[in-house]
Design a protein around this ligand. Structure first.
Ligand code: UTP
Length: 285
C-alpha cells in the first residue's frame, strides 16, 4: 500500500561493529549480509520505499564501499548479462536505484545508536524522518512496519517507535517501554529503560529497529549524557521527549527476525527460502 509522501527521509544507521557476526563482519557491515540473495539493507530500503520514503541516508563506519556500490549501477556486470535471463535478477535493485536517492555520512567514533542518529542531522535537517535498523528484518504481507508507523505519525504528529512483545527472559536485550494503550496496539510512552534486568522491566514490550522521529530529538540527543555501556542511547533521548512532549509506541502487525544474531539470521534465511520455494510451487524436501 502506498502513502501520501508525508515523510521522505529515512535513515539507516549502519556503523556498528556487528561483533555478534564476526568474522563475517570484519571487513563489511552486517547490513550487507544476504538473506537468501538480497542484502539486509535492501529489504530495509524496500520497506522505506513502500512507506513513500525515497530519500535514503546511510550512516556508515567502515565498509562504506560495499553499501554505496550496492546502490549504484554496475556497468560491466549489467552489460555482461544484458539480454540474458539473469537480467531479471537485478530487477528489484534497479527499481530501488531508480526511485530513491542515497546520501552517506560517516560516524567517526562508534559512540552508540543515539550518536549515529545525531550524526545524521546533517542529512536530515529540520523535518521528521524514519529510522530503520536493517539488521531487524521485518515482514508483513499487507503493510510494512514503517508504513504502519507512518499512519500513526500522520494521526498524532509525534515520535513513534515500533514495539514487540518479547519473551520475559529476553527483555535485557532491548529498550523496554512503560505505557498506556490509547488505541488498539498504540501506547503512550510514560517511560523507557534500556536493557533492564528481567525483574526490573516495566513491561515485556521491547523497542525494535523502526522509528519515526521528530527533529526535536537532535537537541535532546545533544544534551543526553552517555547511558548504558557508555553509549549515547536513543532510548534515553526518547524518554526525555516522552516527558517533554509525547512519544507513542506501536505494536506492529507482522514478524521480525533479529538478523544481528546468528540464530535470527538462520531463521530468516529459512523463512524466506521456504516462501520462495512455495511461491515457485516447490516444497522443501
Ligand atoms: P547493535 O546494538 O546491534 O550493535 O546496533 P552492533 O555493533 O551493530 O552489533 P553487535 O551487538 O556488536 O553484534 C544497533 C544498530 O545501531 C547501529 C548498528 O549498525 C545497528 O544497525 N549503530 C550502533 C551505529 O550505527 N553506530 C553505533 O555507534 C552503534
Amino acid at each position: 500500500m502506498s502513502h501520501p509522501s508525508t515523510i521522505k527521509k529515512c535513515i539507516f544507521p549502519a556503523a556498528g561493529y556487528g561483533t555478534r557476526f564476526l568474522p563475517a563482519t570484519k571487513a563489511m557491515p552486517k547490513e550487507m549480509l544476504p538473506v537468501v540473495d538480497k542484502p539486509l539493507i535492501q529489504y530495509g530500503v524496500e520497506e522505506a520505499m513502500a512507506a513513500g520514503m525515497t530519500d535514503i541516508g546511510i550512516i556508515t563506519g567502515r565498509g562504506k564501499r560495499a553499501v554505496a556500490d550496492h546502490f549504484d549501477i554496475s556497468y560491466e556486470l549489467e552489460h555482461q548479462i544484458s539480454g540474458t535471463p539473469k537480467e531479471d535478477l537485478l530487477k528489484d535493485i534497479r527499481r530501488v536505484i531508480d526511485e530513491c536517492t542515497f546520501s552517506y555520512t560517516r560516524q567517526i567514533e562508534m559512540l552508540g545508536l543515539g550518536h549515529a542518529i545525531l550524526t545524521a542531522q546533517t542529512l536530515v535537517g529540520e523535518q521528521p524522518f524514519g529510522v530503520i535498523l536493517a539488521d531487524d528484518l521485518c515482514i508483513d504481507d499487507n503493510d510494512g512496519v514503517m508504513s504502519q508507523l507512518l499512519r500513526i505519525y500522520v494521526k498524532y504528529r509525534c515520535s513513534v517507535v515500533a514495539i514487540e512483545e518479547v519473551d520475559p527472559n529476553e527483555v535485557d536485550k532491548y529498550g523496554v517501554i512503560d505505557g498506556k494503550e490509547i488505541e488498539a496496539g498504540v501506547f503512550k510512552v510514560d517511560g523507557m529503560v534500556e536493557k533492564p534486568a528481567v525483574d526490573d522491566a516495566p513491561s515485556h514490550l521491547a523497542i525494535i529497529g523502526r522509528y519515526i522521529l521528530t527533529p526535536e530529538i537532535f537537541d535532546i540527543l545533544r544534551r543526553t549524557p552517555p547511558g548504558k555501556n557508555g553509549e549515547l542511547q536513543i532510548t534515553d533521548a526518547l524518554q526525555v521527549q516522552a516527558r517533554e512532549n509525547m512519544v507513542l509506541a506501536c505494536r506492529f502487525d507482522g514478524r521480525r527476525f533479529d538478523c544481528g544474531s546468528v540464530d535470527g539470521f538462520v531463521e530468516a534465511t529459512n523463512f524466506f527460502y521456504d516462501r520462495r520455494r512455495a511461491a515457485a510451487g516447490e516444497v522443501r524436501p
